[in-house]
Ligand binder design. Structure first.
Ligand SMILES: Cc1cc2nc3c(=O)[nH]c(=O)nc-3n(C[C@H](O)[C@H](O)[C@H](O)COP(=O)(O)O)c2cc1C
Length: 265
């Protein structure tokens, strides 16, 4: 058979396709554990970053050790309906692999977002159970780090909100995933803007959620100033999405019941 016959060309192309697809799928399978480990590490860095720790100065080993030390950080699965910790032995949930994003898509592990008149998430369903991080000093909870998400202009923004042990005062905010426009909605990652959140109050004296990102600048003389953050200029839609997300996740349909129980355990 001639080397440049049609059959030869097709055979070589087919063999090449099969070899390449085997290589690509093997790489995907082999690298999956590494990808999962990197994802977990990135989440841990973001939890610590929201909590105000200087993660750039920490090694991977430091971070790993911190998350393994229950006297410093507790990762607790909360039933959002009751605000109570979930007994993991009584569920099928594997804490190592639980993915809230996937859970929000599963009919068994999610429920419709109740948004009648209240803040919206931009998604029809949300997970029933969510992991929170309780950071301890001398056996007392000093800080709560809560996972939050909400819809911006182009994407859903995923992040962590850190609250002081009083459950009202913001200690930090961070976003680890979004596709908002750099320079506009992407300014949610701007350290200067995130710094303006620190010390803000997310609820009033009665424990009702009282927090918003306003359009423009916060008037320091306003009585509401402690409960407001400046909007991102040219990114009102992203700002509103983040504001709604914070209100939702701190409210009764989010972590509201859990936070209330923390005040009067
Ligand atoms: C290319 C392009 C990208 C934009 N990206 C964002 C964005 O990431 N977030 C956002 O809220 N608005 C974004 N906007 C602006 C919105 O369309 C809208 O005008 C804006 O949210 C209104 O904010 P303002 O009232 O502060 O101007 C973008 C506009 C353009 C043309």
């Amino acid at each position: 058979m001639a080397r440049d016959s049609l059959l030869n060309t097709i055979t070589v192309a087919l063999v090449l396709c099969i070899v390449c697809s085997v290589m690509v799928s093997s790489a995907a399978v082999l690298l999956r554990p590494l990808q999962e480990a990197n994802k977990k590490f990135d989440q841990q860095r973001n939890v610590l970053s929201a909590a105000g720790l200087d993660v750039a100065a920490m090694t991977a080993t430091d971070i790993e050790a911190l998350f393994h030390d229950e006297s410093q950080i507790r990762r607790v699965l909360i039933d959002l309906d009751t605000g109570q910790p979930v007994d993991l032995k009584a569920t099928e949930i594997d804490p190592a692999s639980y993915d809230a994003k996937q859970a929000a898509k599963s009919p068994e592990l999610s429920q419709p977002v109740q948004a009648a008149g209240g803040p919206t998430l931009g998604t029809p369903r949300r997970e029933k159970y969510a992991f929170v991080y309780e950071m301890l000093t001398d056996g007392q909870i000093d800080l709560y780090v809560l996972p939050i998400y909400g819809k911006g202009l182009w994407s859903t923004l995923y992040g962590f909100l850190a609250l002081d042990g009083d459950t009202r005062t913001v200690r930090g905010i961070t976003f680890y995933e979004h596709r908002e426009t750099p320079g506009l909605g992407g300014e949610v990652d701007n350290p200067a803007w995130k710094a303006t959140w620190i010390g803000k109050q997310v609820s009033d004296q009665d424990g009702q959620v009282d927090f918003s990102i306003i359009k423009g600048r916060v008037d320091p003389q306003s009585q509401q100033a402690a409960h407001q953050v400046d909007g991102l200029s040219g990114a009102t839609i992203t700002s509103r999405g983040v504001s709604d997300a914070v209100q939702y996740w701190l409210g009764a349909d989010g972590f509201g019941k859990y936070l209330q129980q923390q005040q009067s355990p």
